[in-house]
Structures are given as C-alpha cells and as structure tokens.
Design a protein around this ligand. Structure first.
Ligand SMILES: NC(=O)c1ccc[n+]([C@@H]2O[C@H](COP(=O)([O-])OP(=O)(O)OC[C@H]3O[C@@H](n4cnc5c(N)ncnc54)[C@H](OP(=O)(O)O)[C@@H]3O)[C@@H](O)[C@H]2O)c1
Length: 357
C-alpha cells in the first residue's frame, strides 16, 4: 500500500516544514499549491513531487488526493477551507490531517459524515495552537490529583495573512470564551482579568497574558474532570490585543479588511522583541496531597514551522495506521508522550522541560 502523504499548501509557512519533516521520516510526499513553481521549489529541495492544485476546484483537488494514504492540509484560511479537503481526502480513500480547522471544520464534517469516516481518521487542529497547546498539558494529567491547571501560550512571531483572517474569526462559542475560566465542571464567564506586565518562565521580558478559555481547553478540562483551568494567550506588547479589539469593534467590515493591521502589529512585536514562542502549563496539586506543583514548558523560535512539525507527526501517525477512524482533534487523539519524544529531538524546539514524576 502507498504511504504517499499529500501536503496541500506545502510551500507555505507551516507546510514547508511539514514537507521537510515527512521526508525526514522517510515518507514519500506530494507538495500541492496553486503556484506550481513555488511548490516545485519545495519539492525539489526535499526530493518530493509537485502538483498544481486549487482546493476550490473539485477536479484538481480530487486529482491531488488520488493515490495518497494521507492528505495533510496546510492551506488556509481555515474558515474558507472548512471540511472541503477532508471530504476529498476521505473520498479518495485517504486519512486526513489539518494544521488548523478547529471545531467549525470538524462540525461541518460531522453534520453529514461521509461513509469513509468509518474507515479513515480525520484529525483537525494539528498545529501549535490549537494542537500542542492542548496536548502538552495532558503530560501533567497522568493520574496525579490536579486541583488547578494554568496554561499560557504565545509570544512574538510574524502572522501570515491567512492566519490573520483565521485569528480574527476565532470568536464566538465555537472557539471559546474571553475572560472566562473552567470551574466546577462548567465555563465560568467573566471570572478572570488580563494579567499585565508579568514575567513567566520561558517567556521573554514582561508580557501581557489575556484569558481565553478555548474550546480545546474546555475539552481538556471536561475530559480530565478538572476542577479549575485557566488559559491565557500571551502577547509581547499591546500591539496585537489593540489591533484585534479595533477589528472586532468594526462590525461593518469583513475580517479581511483588518488582516493587514494584524500582520503589521505582529511585525512590530517581532521588530521590538525578536521572534519567540512558548507553551507553559502548570498543574497545582490538591491541598493536603503532599505533592509539589508540576509544569511543562516548550520554547521555539517560531510557532509556524513548529505547527508544521506537529502536523507532520500527526500525518505520520495516520500513515502508520496508529489513529483510529473518525473525526478527532489532535490534542485528544495523539499520544502526548510520543509527540513530546519527537519534539525533544527536533531542532525547532529550543527547550522542552517535561514534568518530573
Ligand atoms: N494551529 C496552529 O497553531 C497554526 C499555526 C499557524 C498557521 N495555522 C493555519 O495553517 C494554515 C496555513 O497557514 P500558513 O501561515 O502556512 O499560510 P501561508 O504561508 O499563506 O501558506 C498557505 C499555503 O497554501 C497554499 N494555498 C492557498 N490557497 C490555496 C488554494 N486555494 N489551493 C491550494 N493551495 C492553496 C499556498 O500556496 P499557493 O498560493 O501557491 O496556492 C501556500 O503554500 C492557516 O489556515 C492557518 O490558520 C495554524
């Protein structure tokens, strides 16, 4: 059986690294994009094949998926892609991994599930956030009694136009709840305030941490039966929170109208503070348990290529048949220990501090 992995958007910020890692795993790769010259450049660098494909053209998408054992989607924006590529991959008899996708894409697939979903997996949100942001904290939930989990994810990196539009759309109950925490088995709205000008292990200088209880974190908290979970997005400056607030206040305009402002705000952060990104999770034990707090910390220079690493690791697991059929989120279906082992050896990870046992 072929083990060909088709990487749609394989010449992009996320896809390029995914192609490199998949080839490093010894898997044959097909790189796809609308610009054949760009796809060809990446393909040549990694001894892969290049194919011209527009994911919004049914025939070219079907031809791209044909013969693949897994299709990895690294093309966006995700809110336009939704379950389009997943359906084409499943139709072609392939498994599916999406570097993005979120609940909206998984829901779109679940609304009218194709029969092939009973035979193949579709793994959504296989990037850094969402993705690793929900997976790494699971290393702290290994049976020890946890009273409270705090998760911080963010830093200072450039944002691509595709991701900027996706980020602008991450509002509403399908994405999460601003200023909320998880408490006593439910979402507790308006229960947290932004933490301004704080220092955090693994993050450079003083940062702002803005509470956002994502659907990924709600899934983690409810699956683990946590009493309390606090999740923060970390920013190097006020540039991005201000750009998001301005865009969200401008309800008359489509999100695309504000993408440049988001891209620009991220660039100003990088110009002032350099490129860096971290995931930090703290587990506090129950009072009287006699246990010490534990933490997991990952640092990387850039979240985009690292999202490519995560999506490649997920695609390999699907190619090897290690993921059960059905629709899943990466943070729920991947094995955190196995992914941590891959990350510890990856040159894009500058630090991975795992919890002591
Ligand atoms: N989970 C996470 O942490 C995370 C992190 C970063 C990004 N993401 C998500 O990953 C996705 C990609 O982001 P990125 O920053 O890598 O974007 P990017 O650098 O703009 O790359 C997108 C790639 O997709 C291709 N593409 C775009 N439209 C296409 C179409 N209609 N048909 C076929 N190929 C198409 C582009 O090539 P052509 O122009 O040649 O077609 C390009 O190679 C976005 O949805 C983003 O939100 C997730």
């Amino acid at each position: 059986m072929t083990r060909l992995v088709g990487v749609l958007g394989g010449a992009g910020a996320v896809g390029r690294t995914a192609v490199e890692r998949l080839r490093g795993f010894g898997l044959p790769v097909r790189v796809g994009g609308r610009d054949l010259a760009r796809a060809g450049e990446v393909a040549r660098a990694h001894a892969a094949e290049a194919v011209m494909v527009d994911l919004f053209d049914d025939a070219s998408l079907a031809a791209f998926c044909a013969g693949c054992s897994v299709v990895l989607n690294c093309a966006g924006p995700s809110y336009q892609v939704l379950d389009r590529v997943a359906r084409a991959a499943l139709e072609a008899g392939a498994g599916y991994v999406d570097a993005a996708g979120d609940l909206v894409a998984a829901d779109a697939l679940a609304q009218n599930p194709p029969a092939a979903l009973a035979r193949h997996p579709a793994v959504f949100s296989a990037g850094l956030m969402p993705g690793l942001s929900g997976l790494l904290p699971r290393l702290l939930l290994d049976g020890s009694p946890v009273a409270r989990l705090d998760v911080y994810v963010g830093g200072s990196v450039e944002i691509s136009a595709a991701s900027a539009v996706d980020a602008l759309l991450t509002r509403g109950p399908k994405f999460g709840h601003a200023l909320a925490m998880w408490r006593d088995g439910r979402v507790a709205p308006h229960s947290l305030a932004p933490l301004r000008s704080i220092t955090l292990p693994g993050f450079r200088g003083r940062v702002h941490a803005v509470p956002f209880l994502s659907t990924e974190m709600i899934g983690l908290a409810s699956a683990a039966g946590l009493t309390e979970l606090r999740n923060y997005t970390v920013y190097a400056t006020d540039n991005l929170p201000q750009a998001f607030a301005t865009a969200w206040a401008d309800e008359g305009q489509p999100p695309e109208a504000h993408a440049d402002a988001i891209v620009d705000a991220a660039q100003r952060d990088v110009a002032a503070h350099g490129r860096h990104y971290a995931v930090l999770a703290y587990a506090r034990p129950r009072v009287g348990s006699g246990l010490m707090p534990r933490r997991v910390l990952l640092r990387t220079p850039d979240s985009y290529p690292l999202s490519g690493v995560v999506s490649a690791v997920a695609a390999r697991q699907v190619a090897l048949g290690s993921v059960i059929p059905g629709a899943h989120f990466a943070s729920e279906v991947l094995d955190p220990e196995a992914v941590a082992k891959e990350l510890a050896a990856d040159p894009l990870v500058s630090e991975l501090a795992l919890p002591s046992r």
